[in-house]
Design a protein around this ligand. Structure first.
Ligand SMILES: Cc1cc2nc3c(=O)[nH]c(=O)nc-3n(C[C@H](O)[C@H](O)[C@H](O)COP(=O)(O)OP(=O)(O)OC[C@H]3O[C@@H](n4cnc5c(N)ncnc54)[C@H](O)[C@@H]3O)c2cc1C
Ligand SMILES: NC(=O)c1ccc[n+]([C@@H]2O[C@H](COP(=O)([O-])OP(=O)(O)OC[C@H]3O[C@@H](n4cnc5c(N)ncnc54)[C@H](OP(=O)(O)O)[C@@H]3O)[C@@H](O)[C@H]2O)c1
Length: 541
């Protein structure tokens, strides 16, 4: 496994339980786990959906300090989970993966690793799973002159904790979710802020239509409510109601729908209200494309910050950097003490290291578009799986839940591989082509295919969508519930090529060792649910 963000942590918990006998190694280039929430420490970093739903479904924390928790609290939650489930034994922290090579003869991947301390080395694995995050490979813009700039230059995902913006002239480039969080959080303390926003964007109330909406100040829970959450039934009811709202938003996504039109109206009202000190800004911010073409951004305090006298809102494209600042295409140079680039990540999702199998590098195969089977794997790249890969995550719903269900699907594949003598497996080209054709027919019905730049379309307005599953979050959970084994190609290990070589000598292990329950199916009748009776994989041999 490559990556120990919330995906790698969840996999580190679930896979050893769901895949008996798995020998798991989790590499992460960072010194600790947490991924996004370990790396992002810029001012104002916090969850923009309620923390009560942005958490594991099986390890609910009931006592979140704030409704929209700050980054550090989310980081602590996932780090504590890693400790609780003793993931240390699988983790190789400070280990950056720099290459992956498939050997079809041995059926193994050679993974090249650069540890923070010590020599580079290689290790072989039967299966590689990436959980490297969609936003982890952050990118500085490549304008001419970037390297000439002599002030403080950082990406917001690489925030320097020793940098104090107070009293400085600062530029913030980008109005994605990160830029929108940075701007209002530094505006009150900087001398002047130049905010470069080359695209228009919608500012939403709350993300899931939940509660009273967002504001810049912390939304603390009432003490009484937090106390009531100590009762598991009360908390369960609270979370279920809240999380259900996040699984209900899918209808907003369709072109020409009343729901989407309603969002547009609501957001314009909200944006006008928040910009009332400088109403002339509204036209330069309200987009022509529909809400949800780009990911929604609640952006509490963002529009209000733009109306302050120490902020210049600059929509003219950047031409180049100089020693002292930034020049826009109209020739104006603005000198600044610091430039914060909230310019996002590798939105083409090209992996940041080579992945080579059958004489091809996935980085080439995925151009111009990353192609997967159900967001999980790519043909001709055997034994290589993705968590949160291209087209993996459904609109609406929550990230942690969808990560859990993806991992459960992967566990089913790995159980087959480990019990049935499989040497290699990959999705068939035909099944993948059908999935891609389905995606290509589905997305034009949605606002995602409208004329906006977003990470979902690789920054190409109207381009192919690889940021989302072609359906809702409930839909992807349903579709990936049971693997369609016929969509996968399998090569068996046995030299006899007999598909049943794994039957062995006819005895089960429990019988051979005399250990274990030979009648796991016997339960108290009142505890039997006939729908799942005899269908639990762990009942078996
Ligand atoms: C600032 C920010 C705020 C966000 N807020 C929200 C939010 O409010 N709600 C929401 O739903 N989503 C949010 N997201 C999206 C968020 O990224 C996902 O929800 C989730 O955290 C992804 O988890 P992950 O484990 O898949 O990836 P990540 O958290 O990105 O973790 C990937 C891990 O892979 C490791 N890795 C990468 N390359 C290598 C390599 N070559 N070798 C070894 N290790 C490697 C990284 O070090 C990292 O630890 C936010 C993203 C950002 C950037
Ligand atoms: N909890 C939160 O609130 C939160 C916070 C941060 C991130 N996130 C998650 O992470 C995702 C990524 O957010 P992000 O803000 O880091 O990235 P992003 O959404 O991809 O936004 C990047 C921004 O930088 C601009 N940009 C990129 N290259 C540029 C260049 N060369 N010159 C000028 N502008 C440039 C983009 O403009 P164009 O659109 O014109 O390309 C865009 O405005 C979010 O969508 C969200 O899922 C969530």
């Amino acid at each position: 496994m490559i990556g120990a963000g919330l995906s790698g942590i969840t996999a580190g918990i679930l896979l050893p339980i769901k895949v008996p006998g798995i020998e798991l190694t989790i590499f992460d280039k960072n010194a600790d786990v947490g991924g996004t929430w370990y790396e992002n420490i810029y001012p104002g970093v916090r969850c923009d959906i309620p923390a009560n739903v942005y958490q594991s479904t099986f390890e609910p924390r009931t006592q979140w300090t704030e409704e929209y928790a700050q980054g550090a609290e989310i980081r602590d939650y996932w780090q504590n989970l890693a400790k609780k489930y003793n993931l240390r034994k699988y983790l190789k922290l400070g280990h950056k993966v720099v290459g992956n090579n498939w050997d079809g003869t041995t059926g193994k991947w050679t993974v090249s690793v650069e540890p923070q301390h010590g020599e580079a080395y290689q290790e072989t694995f039967d299966v590689v799973i990436t959980a490297i995050g969609r936003f982890n490979a952050w990118k500085l813009p490549d304008y001419p002159g970037v390297s000439d700039y002599q002030g403080h230059l950082r990406h917001s995902s690489n925030w320097d904790p020793n940098f104090d913006p107070a009293g400085k002239i600062v530029a913030v480039i980008g109005n994605g979710a990160s830029g929108i969080q940075v701007v209002p959080n530094i505006q009150p303390i900087v001398k002047h802020l130049d905010h470069y926003a080359r695209s228009k964007t919608w500012i939403a109330g709350s993300f899931g239509g939940e509660g009273g909406g967002r504001r810049l100040e912390p939304n603390y829970y009432a003490e009484e409510l937090l106390k009531s959450f100590h009762d598991p039934d009360t908390y369960f009811t609270f979370r279920k109601e809240l999380e259900t709202k996040f699984y209900k938003r899918f209808g907003n996504l369709f072109r020409g729908s009343e729901l989407n039109a309603g969002m547009r109206e609501d957001f314009i009202k909200l944006m006008a209200e928040r910009l009332k000190k400088k109403p002339e800004l509204l036209d330069s911010i309200v987009p022509d494309f529909s809400p949800l073409c780009r990911r929604l951004t609640p952006g509490p305090g963002y529009l209000e910050a733009l109306t302050e006298n120490n902020v210049s809102f600059i929509t003219t494209p950047i031409s180049h950097f100089t020693k002292e600042g930034i020049v826009t295409t109209d020739g104006i140079e603005r000198k600044v003490d610091a430039i914060i680039c909230s310019t996002g990540a590798n939105i083409d999702v090209i992996p940041p290291f080579p992945i080579i199998a059958n004489n091809s590098d996935l980085r080439t195969v995925w151009q111009p578009d990353p192609i997967t089977y159900l967001g999980l794997a790519t043909p001709s790249f055997p034994n290589f799986l993705f968590i949160q890969g291209p087209n993996a995550a459904g609109q609406s719903g929550t990230v942690p839940n969808q990560v859990e269900t993806q991992i459960t699907y992967i566990a089913k594949l790995l159980r087959k591989v480990s019990t049935q003598g499989i040497k290699s497996f990959a999705p068939s080209q035909a099944a993948t082509d059908d999935f891609v054709a389905y995606c290509d027919a589905f997305f034009p019905k949605t606002v995602l295919s409208e004329n906006c730049s977003s990470w979902a379309n690789g920054g190409r307005p109207g381009g192919r969508i690889h940021g989302h599953w072609p359906g809702s979050a409930s839909h992807v959970n349903f579709v990936r519930r049971d693997p369609r084994w016929e969509d996968w190609e399998w090569e068996i290990k046995s030299e006899s090529r007999n598909r049943f070589a794994w039957f062995g000598n006819g005895w089960t292990q429990k019988e051979a060792t005399g250990e274990g329950d030979l009648t796991p199916y016997l339960k108290r009748p009142d505890q039997i649910d006939l729908r799942s009776y005899h269908e639990e994989w762990f009942e078996g041999s």
